[in-house]
Design a protein. Structure first.
Length: 317
């Protein structure tokens, strides 16, 4: 990304003033919905010093005439030093409660709204860069996931391996792993919850990433970082990956527009990336939930009946 051009974009789309402070401190945030601007920077207020506790002011930014109201305050997520990207997934009503294959009508989709934020340094504000409609698991969202439940886990996780069946594009991470369907050796191990290689397909104890059934949806993928060591039978192979038109649910992953996924792959290359997942309006319980092992937070969460209208993919990267 051209830094000079990026700065010009930020200035053009900033209409209000919002104070921001580094991560790993407490915030006095405003509850309720937030209006998010895409590509609009929230300037640091005068006199704000590292360690200060400040109150976030309401944003009223617009991109292409459309304001986006979200149910969380992005400044309140407590993340380790070095966090450069934060993908926030808002879960909406679970309209399908069984595994869905093929294209389905919209009223059967388990929708999520995904917004990817970036910041240039620990002291910089979060800037929304990508927005996409997506789908979650057929089991909905919960902090009580187990293998085979179809549940998309609630929590905040550090994203892991970036990989895909298609070649890396310019701007992708140098560590991006290309899946070779012809070799039939790469799989996601159920035992270790990591990408591994074994030429003997009979010994591949997990998702065979080379299999034809993953064509398209696994073109571009990033491991969500959930359940790093696959403990307690909570499950493995949960990713952020591509979707296809009419896709209603997943087995627990989050699937988004392929163009949005490509942009997030490029964002991922800029530094440590995290993903935060919770039902609409229930982020209070996960702002400080990050842990290195990818565990789900404790607490009470419930399914929401809130429906989500169509979300147009927007990319400013």
């Amino acid at each position: 990304m051209n830094n000079k051009n990026k700065t010009k974009w930020l200035v053009t789309l900033t209409f209000g003033v919002l104070m921001a402070v580094p991560t790993m401190i407490s915030y006095a945030g405003v509850t309720g919905k937030k209006a998010v601007a895409f590509g609009a920077m929230n300037a640091t207020g005068p006199g704000v010093k590292s360690g200060d506790v400040v109150e976030q002011k309401q944003q009223n930014h617009v991109l292409q005439g459309v304001a986006v109201d979200v149910s969380y305050d992005v400044t309140r997520f407590l993340l380790p030093t070095g966090a450069r990207n934060l993908i926030v997934v808002e879960g909406f009503a679970r309209n399908s409660k069984t595994t869905q294959s093929g294209a389905k009508p919209e009223n059967l989709h388990n929708k999520v709204r995904v917004i990817a934020y970036h910041r240039d340094s620990d002291n910089a504000p979060w800037v929304a860069r990508v927005k996409s409609l997506g789908v979650m698991g057929w089991g909905g969202m919960s902090n009580h996931r187990f293998e085979g439940s179809g549940i998309t886990p609630i929590g905040v996780f550090k994203m892991g391996t970036a990989f895909g069946r298609k070649e890396a594009m310019e701007g992708f991470s140098k560590n991006y792993v290309k899946i070779d369907p012809q070799a039939k050796s790469q799989y996601w191990s159920k035992r270790t919850n990591r990408l591994e290689n074994n030429a003997n397909t009979l010994l591949q104890d997990g998702e065979k990433l080379w299999a034809s059934g993953f064509a398209g949806i696994y073109d571009y993928v990033i491991d969500s970082g959930f359940n790093v060591n696959n403990a307690n039978g909570d499950g493995s192979a949960l990713f952020l990956h591509c979707t296809y038109p009419g896709k209603a649910t997943t087995g627990g992953c989050v699937a988004i527009d392929p163009q949005a996924m490509i942009a997030i792959e490029k964002m991922y290359a800029t530094g440590d990336s995290y993903i935060a997942q919770a039902p609409f309006g229930q982020f209070e319980g996960i702002y400080s939930a990050y842990n290195e092992t990818g565990k789900m937070p404790q607490g009470t969460f419930s399914e929401t009946s809130q429906q989500l209208d169509d979300v147009q993919t927007e990319i400013q990267w």
